[in-house]
Design a protein around this ligand. Sequence first.
Ligand code: GDP
Length: 312
Amino acid sequence: MDLHSNIYVAGHNGLVGSAIVRALEGADYQHIITRTSRELDLRNKEAVDHFFETEPVDYVFLAAAKVGGILANNEYPADFIRDNLLIQTNVIDAAYRANVSKLLFLGSTCIYPKFAPQPLREEYLLTGELEPTNEAYAIAKIAGIKMCQSYNRQYGTRFISVMPTNLYGPGDNFDLQTSHVLPALIRKFHEAKLNQAPTVEVWGSGTPRREFLHSDDLAEASLFLMNNYEGNEIVNIGVGEDISIRELAERVKDVVGYEGEITFNTSAPDGTPRKLVDVSRIAGLGWSARISLEEGLRSVYEAFQGLNLVEQ
Ligand code: GDP
């Protein structure tokens, strides 16, 4: 990309898309193109075709997707598979026909097989059964990766796919029914502190392990790969370290300054026992994450408190 390229960030209001826009602006890219979902419904093929036919686009960051935590994925699998298949199929195909120079598609590490060896290497994709709670989402994302690779093979496009680990950051979803664990715990501990509640309930056994990547790190990695990576193979993006949900709960408790007890609701699902990514491919290309979990948690909690004040 050069500073005058036309760069379309699909999903710019989301956790990932907003971080990519911040990173592009920070690096002085001049022509960042965005559309809200109201202006352009990416599930609508005609609207997407019209957009790519009328707007000159050189690069696409495809960060638009229907995403959610374990509960939402489990309860609304039809919405997850339909919306993601529609969004990615429409954008990837229209981008090809519009001759865009390069496209970056976002997969996710939750689409690796449930019991794949750890740390997860890129070649483990499609080597085993998926986690049932997010199978519909995973099938859609795997289709997106295969679509990029197939277009590259058949049409000579340069569509790359990345596999970010669990993400968090400013502008995250803090709705307890649909969010991922990290923002959920920030909200739960914050509200428990305000209400002087004696306990905070954490779902599951607390033993599953997760790796957490700040969205600003993911955005930096995405720009880095757009500018430096041409391969057909997927690339993991992570920090290379994980912690248990119990440890995460304790860290969030400390950052928030909550003094009560943590309880575990073992009737709630645990999901995949572990999903730590092997980051050697991206490290070999010359990129590694910079934001520590401690620093990231503090900044997200600060942003969350700011958001609450504005809302009140
Ligand atoms: P996953 O990484 O796809 O499994 O999605 P989540 O981030 O939603 O959940 C990660 C783990 O955190 C699972 O074992 C959840 O049961 C656990 N967890 C504990 N408390 C919560 C909570 O309040 N919300 C969510 N979403 N997960 C929680």
